[in-house]
Design a protein around this ligand. Structure first.
Ligand code: SF4
Length: 355
């Protein structure tokens, strides 16, 4: 058997449902053509979703504070405590952002701030309880990322599960898997003063699920991570899903380098699409694979032909916008682009179902 027919045999087997191992994933990445990866990922997608349909949400990230002590070198958003550019949004400002989201037809808000040393668990519980009381079932929200949740539990000196239960009592239903970036210990040591270990990250997600909250998996590519690190990330996510079955979706977006200490270049359209295909092939136990319009704009929609089945139409995210992301609010033309790909986009209400 020649090397290329060998690759084809691996791809066909994986597309049909056989589990992909790390060594074969690296070979597919290095040796498979774009056409092969796209075709196999589309076949894998078809095991979960009708090939001619996809779903989307309209959402807003609410960056309630930019004060953060983690000092990740890939972040252009944070201000250290005491920096005059630091802010914490007032409650009325948060409400105004949600009101605008609802007006634009969206119903999912994702709260994402920094590791603020002076915001207490009571502050968060009061904020989330007020949001639940004011908006009821008209809105769903991701209360925190897993990374912020870990910091909050530390500051509150409570166990992860106690912290999750306190948030649940305040009306929280979701803590998104944000702050994962690349889940290898070495990556996390290389890039952040402290952003918790991979073990911490999954311990937090276990506690979140045990408390009856829901969570997701995320990944960010384009820093300085190796192919092996990308695959290790996928392996860890797959293992966690085997163990818990609790990950509602997987979203991969791309690093934006502008204004960051780390710098670097952006991931190309081609690399992102190939990566999405690899994710679809590797994550045989995660049903919903999301593509990132926020960081890849129209290119991300093409990802719907490379294994992804779902996307957000975002209206704001200061973290990525500060680092160069450009948001297109012309939803109709984005949806027309999806239709031109031969897919029917269906709006799925976050407030009524899994996000
Ligand atoms: S990425 Fe998040 S945790 Fe890291 S410095 Fe920026 S705000 Fe802080």
């Amino acid at each position: 058997m020649t090397a290329s027919s060998d690759i084809a045999a691996i791809g066909e087997r994986v597309a049909a449902g056989e589990r992909l191992n790390a060594a074969d994933a690296a070979r597919l990445w290095r040796e498979a053509s774009d056409a092969q990866l796209r075709r196999w990922a589309a076949a894998a997608r078809a095991r979960f979703h009708p090939p001619d349909r996809c779903t989307y949400l309209i959402m807003r990230i609410i960056n309630y504070t930019n004060v953060c002590v983690a000092q990740c070198d890939y972040c252009a958003f944070y201000a250290l405590p005491g920096n005059p550019e630091g802010y914490v949004l007032e409650r009325e400002q948060v409400f105004a952002k949600i009101d605008e989201l609802l007006k634009l037809g969206g119903d999912l808000a994702g709260f994402n701030g920094g590791f603020h040393p002076h915001l207490t668990l009571d502050y968060y519980c009061d904020l989330f309880a007020a949001i639940r009381a004011r908006y009821g079932e008209r809105l769903e929200f991701y209360a925190l990322t897993v990374a912020e949740f870990l910091y909050l539990a530390d500051r509150a000196k409570l166990s992860l599960e106690q912290t999750a239960l306190r948030l649940k009592t305040a009306g929280v239903r979701w803590i998104t898997g944000g702050g994962a970036e690349i889940l290898t210990e070495d990556f996390r040591r290389r890039h952040s003063k402290f952003k918790y270990t991979v073990e911490d990250f999954f311990a937090a997600q276990r506690a979140i699920l045990k408390a009856g909250l829901r969570t997701t998996a995320t990944m960010v590519i384009g820093f300085d991570e190796s192919l092996e690190e990308r695959i290790e990330h996928l392996e860890r996510v797959r293992e966690f899903q085997d163990e818990t079955g609790g990950l509602a979706s997987f979203l991969c977006w791309t690093y934006k380098p502008f204004g960051t200490k780390l710098g670097g270049a952006e991931v190309s359209r081609r690399e992102y699409l190939r990566h999405l295909a690899l994710c679809r092939l590797y994550l045989d136990n995660v049903e919903r694979l999301r593509t990132s319009v926020l960081t890849q704009n129209e290119n991300a929609l093409e990802g719907l032909l490379w294994g992804a089945d779902d996307f957000d139409l975002p209206i704001e995210d200061e973290v990525t916008q500060k680092a160069g992301a450009v948001i297109d609010l012309d939803f109709e033309s984005l949806l027309a682009r999806v239709r031109a790909l031969g897919l029917t986009p269906e709006y799925r209400r976050a407030a009524a179902a899994a996000a």
